[in-house]
Design a binder for this molecule. Structure first.
Ligand code: SF4
Length: 327
């Protein structure tokens, strides 16, 4: 099926493409909102049950004190945000949280550590956590910073299902957000994770003062990776006092929804995750995100160090919308 609007002809398909051009992705962002939503919803239906939402829980296993300078992040040691540096938490605490998450309906348990990259002795402890969580019958995900080839293989051998490493924004805007590691460093880690046979979770953040072209660039980069990330988290910036982005202007929620929709169309088989920023998002905006093809959320009262809607509020919203947790 082909849609044409103002001379932009766009073929509706559920085919996997890795050759998206920037002008095509830009044309999607520029579609009238109703056209964009219609097309995203079509792609969503062709690949998923649109009434199902996958639920993940994220636990910070090592908080604060990070040497990196990501301008949005309250865990960077370079900013005064009131987040204290803590040590890696113990295995039993992780397993207790994972059991509670499972009882609350989560099927995937993500563990996040504020590191530039893990040290070998830390990685051994994370591997024990992965094995313990898997033994509970949950999928596992970790986000630990940059990984070498050997570290990625070690995580694979202990059974890690997903590794999260975001591109954050476009290649052009990236240098305004992070100076302590390059865009290529991020792509290298993604390559190591992929080569080790671990599923990739990779997305970005919008509302960081970027412009439309940066959102186009971010989605184009994700959609032209050799294999699309299995999970694509799209975050709305949570402005935290003390970070350089604390005073950045709010992004129009419609632009956020557009980003979700374009991610859905360009990466049809990926789980598009509505991630950070839901705490301040209206129910109507979240409903539009689900209509635009988001089919995964983070669940639980905290996302690492920033607030997230409570479990009851999320269940009530899913219920109101007639959506249900994916098995
Ligand atoms: S986003 Fe990650 S790498 Fe960047 S400062 Fe925060 S914890 Fe460190």
């Amino acid at each position: 099926m082909s849609l044409s609007h103002d001379g932009v002809s766009l073929t509706v398909t559920s085919l996997h493409r890795h050759d998206w051009r920037r002008d095509e992705v830009r044309a999607l962002f520029m579609l009238p909102f109703t056209e964009l939503m219609f097309r995203a919803a079509q792609v969503h239906r062709a690949n998923f049950d649109p009434t199902e939402v996958q639920i993940s829980t994220l636990l910070s296993i090592k908080t604060g004190g990070c040497p990196e300078d990501c301008a949005y992040c309250p865990q960077s040691a370079k900013f005064e945000t009131g987040v204290k540096a803590e040590k890696l938490i113990d295995l039993e605490s992780v397993l207790a949280e994972a059991r509670a998450a499972k009882a609350g309906g989560a099927s995937r348990f993500c563990m996040g550590a504020a590191w530039r990259s893990p040290k070998d002795r830390d990685l051994e402890r994370v591997c024990a956590m992965v094995e313990g969580v898997k033994a509970l019958g949950m999928e596992t995900c970790a986000t630990l910073g940059m990984l070498t080839d050997a570290q990625a293989r070690q995580l694979k051998s202990c059974g890690l299902d997903y590794y999260n490493h975001n591109l954050d924004t476009s290649p052009e805007y990236y240098g305004d957000i992070i100076t302590t590691r390059t865009y290529q460093d991020r792509l290298d880690t993604l390559e190591h994770v992929r080569a080790a046979g671990i599923n990739v979770c990779c997305g970005g953040i919008v509302g960081m003062g970027e412009n439309l072209e940066d959102r186009v660039g971010m989605v184009t980069t994700l959609a032209t990776l050799p294999v699309h990330p299995e999970s694509v988290p799209i975050n709305m910036l949570v402005r935290v006092e003390g970070t350089p982005l604390a005073g950045v202007a709010t992004l129009d929620p419609i632009d956020f929804v557009r980003t979700i929709a374009v991610a859905r169309i360009t990466m049809p088989m990926s789980m598009v995750r509505l991630s950070a920023g839901r705490e301040d998002m209206s129910e109507e905006t979240q409903a539009l995100c689900f209509l635009a093809g988001a089919n995964s959320i983070f669940y639980g009262p905290k996302l690492l160090t920033t607030p997230n809607p409570g479990r009851d509020r999320d269940l009530a919203l899913l219920d109101k919308l007639g959506l249900r947790p994916m098995d």
